[in-house]
Design a protein around this ligand. Structure first.
Ligand code: PXL
Length: 277
């Protein structure tokens, strides 16, 4: 038996909910064979309110990992936390060399609870080196505003303007994750393929435990693309996967509550609605 191969170029979340840990768990739940090229290791300090430490790996270590993984013939690639412009450029060049179409860019700029762009210059580098290669880019509201060079969107109308701008930067599809900041009564994400806007909605989960939701959503899209789904179906199925994962989020300790990556396969798919807007 052969398996579809999915590669994540991302950071390690030692606490296990986000980053490559989320990606590998999600790939596994989708029956794809997950591989990793690690960019940074993120640690959390239990003696200092779980504040994050970010340890970047040397660029030649990233290059060696990319060479290893790409030599196996990858079916779909995802990027996550890329800490510097050099790392972003290296990821972009590896994606180009791979010749792959199935490229999912999750433009991670912040970790939950930390509110700064990872590094000045990384936004411009993402626009330059990653967006033109993206089959889809999956920003949250803040990241979408940054990529578009506009204010953080707050409404669905704002999201449409920002999605169009990001599409102009070369991403073939865009899905903006509404999250908690969106002024809307349901958990809404906006998908744009350059022609139509599709609003994906689920009931809001009554939980604070959603750490890793963004990574999980993008990883599910990646696995779905590797498994042959169309981009639209890949996004719709990923929304179901992450909605189940968030609804079953749980408390790891006093600081963090990860999503349950395997919830959809264990407890079934939640209802979601799709509406052209
Ligand atoms: O959720 C964003 C994210 C992505 N990647 C890594 C992280 C985090 C947040 O904690 O640690 C490695």
């Amino acid at each position: 038996m052969t398996m579809k191969k999915t590669l994540t170029i991302a950071g390690s979340d030692t606490s296990g909910g986000a980053g490559i840990q989320a990606d590998l768990k999600t790939f596994q739940e989708h029956g794809t064979y997950g591989m990793t090229a690690l960019t940074v290791i993120v640690t959390m300090d239990p003696e200092n309110h779980w504040s994050h430490g970010v340890y970047s790996l040397p660029i030649d270590v990233l290059q060696a990992q990319l060479k290893t993984a790409l030599s196996t013939g990858i079916d779909a690639i995802k990027t996550g936390m890329l800490s510097t412009e050099e790392v972003i450029q290296t990821a972009g060049e590896a994606i180009t060399a791979s010749g792959l179409d199935h490229v999912v860019i999750d433009p991670v700029m912040v970790c939950k609870g930390e509110d700064e762009v990872l590094n000045p210059g990384t936004v411009d580098a993402m626009v330059k080196f990653l967006l033109p290669k993206a089959e889809i880019v999956t920003p949250n509201l803040f990241e979408a505003g940054q990529l578009a060079g506009l204010k953080t969107p707050k409404t669905i109308d704002d999201m449409k303007i920002v999605a169009k701008k990001i599409h102009e930067h070369g991403a073939r599809n865009v899905v903006i994750k509404g999250g908690k900041q969106l002024q809307h009564d349901r958990a809404a994400d906006l998908f744009y393929d350059g022609h139509t806007f599709l609003l994906l909605e689920a009931d809001k989960a009554k939980t604070y435990f959603n750490h890793g939701a963004g990574c999980t959503f993008a990883a599910a899209i990646t696995a779905n693309l590797a498994n042959g789904l169309t981009i639209k179906d890949a996004v719709i199925e990923a929304k179901k996967f992450v909605t189940a994962a968030i609804s079953n989020g749980w408390k790891l300790n006093d600081y963090v509550g990860p999503v349950m990556h395997g919830a959809k396969n264990r407890f079934g798919a939640p209802e979601i609605t799709t509406t052209e807007v």
